[in-house]
Design a protein around this ligand. Structure first.
Ligand code: HEM
Length: 449
């Protein structure tokens, strides 16, 4: 058998090499390194792996899951159903952020938690419909946040770990196993409730929404013997955890960064307010071009997933020539394509460390650039590129814009009392979040949304 892949993680920051690999040679660059948690869990369960979309190997099983998610839940026609959920969540968020009368100032701490709670309620209802009550949703949110925190503590691959490192890894896995038990406790009852409902005449909700869980119950994936099979309970728990976690954590991290830059640059905030006071939020740039530009600029500077990992087969190594700092090993190996470095590459971007949304407007160095790279070049890739690019890009953009527009329309944002500058240092965790979570002074405007 071929030797196992080298465990060293190589890094690629050259946009031309990333384009050549992820876009021009997408078939050869569509596998990820194995997820350590799934491997460890499988070892406990006599080898049965329950993967999610992100960790599955590129192939028919992955394709079935990805088509299902894209067509049934994230398709633009389905996203129109989000509006009432977003409206409710935004109203709850505004009430939670401020109880002061209009026109008076208030200090908002724990902004991240408020944003997370509101965004999670949208994503959870898209996933389960309205069958889970508020307490259940809160419990789900807490366990998903614990899961993301724990995953963020994983250390890089180490082939020759010391005893201390092995002990640390064992503790980390033990913590994740406990979270895994809790995920099942919380997710299996609503999955079962939907299964029962699906067997009886279909419960359609009035808004035409089809919860993700329902599509997973109906789905048949390719079987090992060439047939088709339903998903196992544990696979569904994995996929739902992924949906809730990816759909919330990334968007909330980006929203917090966007608000931090608006606090830091009052002139950008004012310009944005001028636009959102009158416009209507849309998925693409039309309607509110400056809002679109603010979101893109945030994602360029702070892609919440700054590295995009791939498993590279030995025969595809030629594609990476010139992009690797050290010579590649002889067999298969792993690579991180750096969305973080590419977004701040000074050969592509003028003043890359400056927050300048105008660059995405006519005449700017980002004019015409969208959230996902086109076929010709990569200039930023916060949602990845190639076959595995993020299927949630549409939902992410519309949720970010809707929340940001409402928060800027309803409040004026300023640095916390006693400070004039914000600490914009990044923390390396599962998602790239602010090292010092954003606290701000908000003034509820006299004009209401
Ligand atoms: C600001 C928001 C978001 C960002 C920046 C983001 C970023 C990413 C990135 C960089 C990848 C890896 C892409 C690659 O390997 O080429 C990814 C994959 C993925 N994302 Fe997102 N994401 C966001 C929101 C969402 C949302 C809202 C969902 C769905 C609810 C979602 C679901 C997924 C899934 C399922 C994958 C795995 C896709 C696959 O392997 O085929 N993401 N995302």
């Amino acid at each position: 058998p071929p030797p196992p892949p080298s465990l060293v993680m190589h890094k690629i920051s050259d946009p031309a090499v990333a384009h050549s690999a992820l876009v021009e040679n997408a078939d050869a660059f569509s596998n990820r390194p194995p997820a350590r948690l799934h491997v460890a869990l499988a070892a406990r369960r006599r080898g049965q792996r329950n993967e999610n979309l992100n960790t599955l190997a590129h192939g028919p099983h992955w394709r079935a899951l990805r088509c299902n998610l894209t067509a049934e839940t994230l398709h633009p026609s389905r996203l129109a159903c989000l509006a009432p959920l977003q409206r409710e969540a935004v109203q709850g968020l505004i009430a939670a952020l401020s109880s002061a009368p209009r026109g008076s100032q208030e200090e908002v701490t724990e902004l991240h938690q408020h944003l997370y709670g509101a965004m999670f309620s949208v994503v959870a209802r898209l996933c389960f419909g309205d069958v889970v009550d508020e307490d259940h949703v809160r419990a789900m949110r807490q366990v998903i946040q614990r899961f993301q925190l724990a995953i963020g503590l994983v250390k890089p691959f180490s082939a020759t770990g010391s005893v201390m490192e092995k002990l640390e890894e064992w503790r980390w896995l033990r913590r994740l196993f406990a979270i895994d038990v809790r995920l099942k406790e919380l997710f299996l009852p609503p999955i079962e409730a939907w299964r029962r409902a699906v067997r009886s005449p279909r419960p359609r909700d009035d808004n035409g929404r089809r919860p993700y869980v329902e599509s997973l119950i109906d789905l048949r994936v390719p079987n090992e013997d060439g047939g088709r099979r339903a998903l196992r309970d544990e696979e569904m728990v994995r996929l739902i955890s992924e949906f809730l976690g990816a759909g919330t954590g990334t968007v909330v991290a980006s929203l917090e960064w966007a608000l931090a830059h608006l606090v830091d640059k009052p002139e950008v905030q004012e310009k944005l307010r001028g636009e959102v006071d009158d416009g209507v939020v849309s998925r693409a740039g039309a309607g509110m071009p400056y809002l679109h530009a603010v979101v893109l600029e945030t994602l360029r500077m702070h892609p919440p997933l700054p590295v995009i990992p791939r498993h590279v087969h030995a025969d595809a190594v030629g594609v990476l020539v010139g992009g690797m700092a050290v010579p590649p090993p002889a067999g298969d190996f792993y690579v991180n394509f750096s969305a973080g470095d590419i977004g701040r590459d000074n050969k592509i971007w003028k003043d890359p460390d400056q927050f300048l949304p105008e660059r995405f407007l006519a005449g700017g160095d980002g004019e015409g650039i969208g959230p996902v790279p086109g076929p010709k070049q990569i200039r930023m890739m916060p949602f990845g590129a190639g076959h595995r690019f993020c299927p949630g890009v549409g939902m992410a953009m519309v949720n970010m814009k809707c929340f940001l527009a409402a928060l800027v329309r309803e409040f004026e944002w300023a640095p916390p009392t006693g400070t004039n500058t914000l600490d914009l240092t990044e923390l390396d965790s599962f998602f790239k979040v602010m090292k010092k979570p954003l606290t701000a002074r908000v003034t509820r405007r006299t004009k209401s949304i």
